[in-house]
Structure formats: C-alpha cells, structure tokens
Write a protein of this length. Structure first.
Length: 938
C-alpha cells in the first residue's frame, strides 16, 4: 500500500512540475500595454508590435475602411493591453498601430501576421510613391484567398511596406470562423529573409521525419500485417496534415489554387489523428484484456470519431474546429487516465507510453488555450506541437516494435502448447465426413462441432454454435429428439462409469439453404463426478441418399409416365395440327378464289375478307400449339398494342363470372411495339387467365393498363436489362390472394406451378417471360399475400407506322406449265386444281402418293413441277420426292404440309426439294413459290 502511494505521489509531482514550467514559458512575461507610437529605425531586425495595437469590434461585419477611420469610429478603438485572443467569434475586428519614423527618408519594413489559420485579413498602409485616393494601399490574404492569387511568398501573411517620415497609422482587419488571435510583427528585410530560410529548413526536417515514420509504418505493416501500424500511420498522417494546414504550409505547397481545402481539412486532419491515436492506444495498452469496461469507451470514441470525420466536411468550420478541440481533449483525458491507471498497477508498457505522450499532450493543451485566447502566440505555443509530435512518433514506433517482439514470443509459446493439444484431434476432425459434436445439456447449445458440419448442413462451426439442437430440426423431429434425449439421460443416470452409450436415432434436419435431409446420430453422455450427465457427444452422418432411394424410384417412374404423356400429347398435337391446317388450307384457298370472282366493293367481298382474316388467325393459333416443340421463330411486326388488348378484353369478358370486374386504363392508343401479334395476344390472355384464377373464389378487380414511360439514365439504372429510352408499359393486375416471397422468387421458373396436379403445366409464365425478353423488353411482378398481384410488361416503344398489308391488291404470278399436285385430302386437291388453273397452269391432281408415282412414271416428260403433301399413307411426300428424283433428278419439287415433326431443314436440303410451304397458305404464297421453283436455274 505504501509503495503504491509513493508511486502516485511521484506521478503527481512530475506532472505538476511539467505543467507549471510549461505555463510559465507559454504565458506572457509582461502584460504592460502601450498606447503611443512605436519608433522604428533602419537597424530593426524583429519587433513585436502586438502590445502597440488598438482594436475595434465590428459586430455586424460590414463597416467599410473609410468609416472605420472616421472620427466617430476612431474613438471606439481600445488598447489591446494584455488580451491574447478573442476565441471563436463571428465579429470582424479592426486593429491599428501607429509607427513613428524620425528619419528624413522612408524606412522599409515587413509587417507579418504570424497566425496562418485565419479566413480573411486586410492590411491598409501608406506607401510611397504617393498614396491611393483614400490615402492607403490595401493587401488581402487568408484562407479564403488562393495562395497563387496573393503577393505572398511565405506561409504567413507578410507584407513589405515603406514607413514615410513622421507618424503613420497602419490598419488591419481580421475575420474568421476559427480562433481569432491578435498579433503583429515588424521585420527588417535581412532579418526576415534569415527567419524565412530557417523556418523552411525546420519545417521540412519535421515533415521529412513524419514522412519517414509513415513509410516505416507501411513497410512494417506489409510484412507483419499487424493493424497497430495502420493505427500509427493514421496518427502520424493526421498530425502532420493538421500541422501543415495550421501553419499555412498546406496552402502554400499542397493546394495553392484551392483555398477551400484549408478550412475543410483543418478539423478533418485533427479527427484523423485522433482516430489513429485512439486505435493505437487501445492496442498498445491492451485495454480489451486488461480493462474491458474502459475498452468499451475506446471503441465508442473510435466509432464517434469516424462519424465526426464525415460530418466535419459538411458542418460549419467554426463548429467543426471546436468539436475537434473538444474531442481531442476527451481523447487525451481518456488515454492519459487509462495510462496512469495501468501504470499504477505496474504495467511497464503503460508507464513508458504515458511518459512518451506527456509532452505531446501538454503541447495540444497549449494550442487549445491559445485558440481560445488564454495564451499569447509565441515560440512555445507555435512550435511545440511539431517538436513533440515528431519525437512521440519515433518513440511510438520503437514501442510498437518492443510490444510486437513480446507478443511474438508469447505467441510462439502458446502455439507450441496448442499444437500439442490439437494434434490429438486434428486427424479425426479433418478427415471424417461425419459430424462430431458436443452438446451442453444445461443450455442445449453446441460447444464443439467439427468443420464437416459445413459440408453436411451448410453452417460453419461458428454459426452452428448459436443454435440449440432443436432449432436445427423440424417440429416433429425435434419432439422425437427431445424424448430420446430425456430417455438417454435417464439411462445414463442409472448406469455407472463416466460415459455410456445412450441411443442411435434417425432424424430429419434443416439445411442452411432451407431444405430437409435425413441423418443418423449415435450419442454418448459425459457425466460429472456425481454421475449427472453434463454433455452429450454425438456422431452424425448423412443418410439422405438411403432414405430417398424409394422416393427417387417413385419420382423416376412418375417422370417416365409424365414423359410418355407429353410424348403422346405431342404426337396428338401434331396430328391435330395437320388435320386442322388441311381444313384451314381448304377454307382459305376457296375463300381467296371466291374473292377474286367478286367485286371489291360488295358486302360479299367484305365477308370473304373477314373469312380470310379468320383463317390467318386460326393458322397462327394452330402454330402456337407447337411453339415450344417446333421452336418456331415468331413473325414480329409493328402493331398498335391497344388493338390486341381490346381483342383480349372482348374474348375474356364473356367468360368471367359476375364477381370479377374489368377495369382498363389505356392512356394512349397510338402506342406501338414490334412483336408477333399472336404471341402478344397469347401472353395477355395467359396473364388475364391467371388473374381470373386468383380471384375465382372471392371475386375482385381485373385491371389492364397501357401507358408510355420514359426511362432516363437514373431510372433505367433501377432495372438490370433495360437501357434508357421510351417504353410501353402493359400492366395486368388483380386483387386476388397474391403470392408469398418464396413463390414470387420462382414464378418464372419453367414447370413451377402452385396449381393442383393436372391443372397447370408451369409453362405459362415462363413462356410470357421468354416472349417479352425476346422482344427487347422485360417483365416485373409485384405481389402481396391477400392483396393481389400486378405484372408490369415493358416493351420498347416503336414510332414507325405498322406495315400495311394489301392482300387483294397484289399481282399474282401465273404460268402455263404442267403441275402434278398430290394430297391425300380430296378437298385440298380440288381447291388446288381450281386455284392453279385460274393462274393458267395445267394441273394433274392425285389423292394417293403411289398413284401419283405411277402417273409420273407413265409420262415423266409431261410434268414440269411436283407439289406434294408430306403426311400421306404408304409413301410420304419426301419418300415420293426421292422416288421421282431417281427418274427426273432436275424436276422442281415443292413440299407442302400442315405439320411433320420428322421434317428438318437438314433433311429437306439433303433431299433436293426446291421449296417448302406450310399449310394453310394463300394463293399469293403458293404462286410465288411455284414461280421461284420453276424459274430457278437447274
């Protein structure tokens, strides 16, 4: 106890002595004031003119110099006396000093304001030859003036003047958001040049030392990766930058043309230095281990410092500077208090650290006192920060190196012990796929788990340690596990020995990704000296593959069954498509033939035209039955989208129940997009049908909206696949049951559906997504459970007018050649004979491919062209073509069919077929193909 008291007494004596000495050196030796003129002569070297100053406070800050010199205001000037500063003030301060020249000629003099951290300063002085009309010349400076725009050549405000014979009054004005310190020096030219050269040498020696420390920290960190060197780097960099800004070196060398940085970086550099100081002190003093409660303060101050670094760039300079001074004081107090506390506890590192920092701390205190006007501007207050900070930085580097050496020795010893213990378990833990774990029975938390948990469950050992074991299991599995654990504990209590095998159980477990898998766990209980089970040790293995074997078999059988159904459906669809296209071909052909025989202005012609349009729509609908299986390319064209929307509304309005209301909002009927109209019709119908199903139980509102939107650079950036430009937005919404997030995330996946088995394929929305993407647009969906769903489809807006198709005005090419037309449907061949005869051709028709072959072989030279259907009994169209090619290899052949899954472009090209046309076709299409085949050179 006595030894501790002696230590504390020694600390108090030492610190008190240092502070008293510093205060004595920093405080002015004399507070005498001078109200008269100061006399100068040519031999002057350096003179402090501050005691001869008088001042006047302009609270409004808008008085012109002429008014300041007026007799009314001159009487308001008061001697400065012992006043050393004005702190932080928003007022403008005017100062004057009368200088007497008793010689007959002018005396050159350099007037210096030695405090560079000032926003604005103006000096008014008489100068030969002849004054200005106001009697004075004006020179301006300060942080608001770019250094390159001033006449200065030194970091402080120094102006060469000439003092004419007699008494002359010099005025200068100060205005700043920072601390206002009144000071004025007079120099002889030679003395000032000498002072300037020494100042440059001293400053660059200081900054060279600080730069060396920064480089040292970077190099050592690159080698050791110890973050303490980054902390020291922040402290040294922040301190050096603060010093450069504070002394005016930064304005002269770093940003001579950008004065705004002086005010911005003055407080910021201080905060950066404080941040490095806090982090370094926390590490070097080991507060996290030695003083955990104080360590929380260090972490809080560090986070607050980061926030202040950001805020200081936005708040006013005066507030930021005062906040920096206040925060620096708090940081110094916390660090010094922690160092003293740990030193009194015998911590050698803390004692050395405090002694190294003490001079620097005192210099910071002196600078703060000077800023608030409690101390005069002198050599000690100006230079002590640079001197002590450079010394401290060097000492701290050696301190860090010493600490690192000590830590490395401790680490080596700890690693040896750790390797001995770890070697017993490493081989087992790192090479087994099963998971070994230890469960604390009091908290049901995992206290140990092998890294293989990540491969099995997706959790790292650290993540798994936060769960109780029941949280990793589904509810029913958790209940079974708890029952088994209780039974195992009961059996363990009844048994003898430290460990006893309890049970093996199969359980379902949660994977981190959310899915469930099966495990088999064998457990052993560890008991304390009283026989009470305290821990459960288990080995868990994944048996999912074993458990899923039967399910996989059933699933495979189901997939095969479904695949067979889809194959049968595809075959059925092909047959239906062929038959439907044959029927449509006949209707379309006869309609066109009839249209040519009618007057275009009659109602009959109008009706026939409607039949032709209906045939084209039926043709497209049949084609879309096989869209996914045939991979047909769409027939994109420019269309007015509102026409398709209106058509869908007409179709769906009749099928919706009375409980569902349709609301359409079409703002612009001129909007056009480039898309296959049938595909657009299909996707709108699909979305409307889905909306209907979502509301079929409760009813609601089905909304369709159409509008133009413009995406600029900003709004387009919110979408992944869209570029800036004009888009047409089609919205289909409902007020149905909505979708949960897990459904919403998979809504466009192929084969994903929430409908009962057999009521949906899961291809509808994926088809919608693909068509919209193919058109150059995108689709977005928003949904909330119990509120509804809205699909937003964005298509690129097209400004060109849609192409006009005039089917009745085209000139149909004809000819006089002989054509053999083969189709197993009689009404098709009858239609073809009439259609082609009208064009001038000689047509021979056959409803059997075998008869057609025989007919050709009888007179092969009489046939100029063969047109054959593909799907026919006995001989298909391609088989017939192959047979005829044996006799007449140069005969033009056109293959015509409604559908055939066996026909591929490669097989068609390889068979030598000249043209290929799909049913149903128009007279124009067939006539054009015939002329192409006949006119093409052999």
């Amino acid at each position: 106890m006595l030894k501790g008291s002696n230590k504390l007494r020694q600390w108090v004596y030492g610190v008190t002595t240092l502070l008293l000495w510093t205060a004595l050196m920093a405080h002015p030796l004399s507070g005498a004031e001078h109200t008269g003129a100061v006399t100068v002569d040519p031999s002057i070297s350096r003179m402090d003119l501050t005691p001869f100053l008088s001042f006047f406070e302009d609270t409004e800050g808008n008085l012109p110099f002429k008014e300041v010199r007026s007799p009314q205001k001159t009487r308001n000037f008061k001697p400065l006396g012992s006043r050393t500063g004005f702190g932080y003030s928003s007022s403008t301060f005017w100062f004057k000093c009368t200088i007497e020249n008793r010689r007959q000629d002018s005396i050159p003099l350099i007037l210096e304001y030695p405090y560079p951290a000032i926003d604005h300063i103006e000096l008014y002085y008489p100068q030969e030859p002849g004054p200005t009309p106001s009697g004075f010349h004006k020179t301006m400076g300060g942080d608001t003036q770019a250094f390159v725009q001033t006449s200065q050549s030194f970091r402080t405000f120094a102006v060469p003047v000439s003092v004419p014979p007699g008494d002359h009054t010099f005025y200068f004005m100060l205005r700043s958001k920072g601390a206002l310190v009144p000071s004025l020096r007079g120099w002889g030219a030679d003395a000032f040049n000498t002072y300037q050269q020494k100042d440059i040498i001293i400053n660059w020696l200081y900054y060279g030392a600080m730069l060396s420390v920064c480089i040292f920290c970077v190099l050592i960190f690159a080698r050791t990766k110890d973050p303490i060197f980054l902390s020291l780097l922040l402290f040294v960099f922040g301190t050096a930058l603060f010093s450069m800004v504070h002394t005016g070196m930064a304005a002269q060398y770093l940003w001579p043309g950008m004065p705004i940085w002086s005010n911005r970086l003055h407080p910021l550099s201080g905060f950066i230095g404080c941040l490095g100081f806090l982090l370094y002190s926390r590490t070097i003093l080991s507060t996290q281990a030695a003083l955990p409660q104080i360590d929380r303060w260090f972490k809080f101050l560090a986070r607050l410092n980061l926030l202040l670094c950001v805020i200081s760039m936005a708040i006013p300079y005066s507030i930021a500077t005062q906040a920096m001074i206040l925060f620096t004081g708090i940081t110094i107090c916390v660090t010094a208090g922690t160092s003293v506390t740990m030193s009194l506890k015998g911590n050698r590192q803390a004692k050395i650290y405090f002694l190294a920092l003490l001079p620097f701390i005192v210099s910071i205190i002196l600078m703060a006192l000077k800023s608030y006007g409690f101390l005069q501007n002198n050599l000690l207050t100006d230079s002590m920060v640079q001197i002590t900070s450079s010394a401290v930085c060097v000492l701290l580097c050696f301190g860090v190196i010493d600490k690192i050496n000590q830590v490395q020795e401790d680490r080596k010893h700890a690693l040896v012990e750790l390797n001995r213990a770890e070697s017993k378990y490493r081989l087992l833990a790192e090479n087994i796929k099963d998971v070994i774990w230890i469960l604390d029975l009091s908290s049901l938390k995992l206290v140990y788990i092998t890294p293989s948990i990540e491969a099995m469950m997706g959790y790292t050992p650290k993540e798994a340690a936060h769960f109780s074991f029941t949280e990793m299991l589904p509810p029913q599995a958790g209940k079974r596990a708890m029952t088994a654990v209780k039974e195992g504990i009961r059996q363990a209590r009844e048994s003898t020995g430290k460990r006893k095998e309890a049970f093996t159980i199969e359980l379902e477990c949660y994977h981190k990704k959310g899915h469930i898998f099966w495990t088999e766990t064998t457990t052993t209980f560890t008991q304390d000296a009283m026989g009470k089970p305290v821990e459960m040790i288990g080995v868990t293995r994944d048996i999912t593959s074993r458990k899923q074997a039967e399910k996989a078999k059933d699933a495979l059988e189901q997939k095969l069954h479904q695949s067979g159904k889809l194959e049968a459906l595809g075959t059925l669809a092909g047959g239906i498509a062929h038959d439907m296209n044959n029927i449509i071909a006949a209707i379309l052909g006869y309609a066109q033939i009839s249209q040519y025989d009618t007057d275009p202005d009659t109602r009959l012609n109008h009706r026939i035209n409607r039949i032709i349009k209906a045939c084209h729509r039926a043709k497209d609908l049949v084609g879309h039955i096989l869209t996914f299986s045939r991979q047909d390319s769409d027939k994109a064209q420019v269309i007015k989208i509102h026409l398709i929307v209106k058509e869908v509304l007409k179709l769906i309005r009749a099928t919706l129940p009375a409980t569902i209301t349709i609301e359409s909002h079409i703002e612009d009927k001129s909007l056009m997009v480039n898309i296959d109209p049938t595909q657009l019709h299909r996707i709108i119908m699909n979305l409307c049908t889905n909306a209907w199903h979502a509301m079929q139980d409760s009813g609601g509102i089905l909304g369709l909206g159409l509008e133009k939107v413009i995406l600029d650079e900003h709004t387009a950036g919110q979408y992944i696949n869209l570029t800036p430009g004009e888009y047409v937005r089609l919205t289909v919404s409902d007020t149905g049951h909505g979708m949960e997030d897990k459904v919403l995330q998979r809504v466009f996946e192929p084969f994903f559906t929430t409908k009962p088995t057999g009521l949906g394929t899961g291809l509808g929305l994926s088809m919608v997504h693909g068509i919209v993407k193919k058109s150059g647009g995108d689709i977005f969906v928003y949904s909330e459970p119990d509120k509804g769903t809205a699909f937003h489809l964005l298509f690129p807006n097209v400004t060109r007018e849609p192409a006009q198709q005039e089917t009745t005005q085209e000139e149909v090419p004809g000819g006089s050649e002989s054509i053999l037309y083969v189709d197993d449907e009689e009404y098709i061949t009858d239609m073809a004979v009439e259609m082609l005869s009208d064009l001038g051709y000689r047509v021979i028709a056959s409803n059997s491919s075998e008869d057609a072959l025989a007919l050709f072989n009888e007179n092969p030279g009489d046939i100029d062209l063969l047109i054959t259907d593909q799907t026919m009994p006995n001989l298909t169209g391609m088989d017939l073509a192959d047979k005829i090619r044996e006799t007449a290899p140069d005969l033009p052949i056109i293959l015509c069919t409604g559908f055939s899954e066996l026909m591929t472009p490669e097989r068609i090209d390889g068979s030598g077929i000249n043209q290929y046309i799909m049913k149903p076709f128009t007279q124009n299409d067939l006539a054009a193909r015939i002329r192409t085949a006949l006119d093409k050179p052999a």
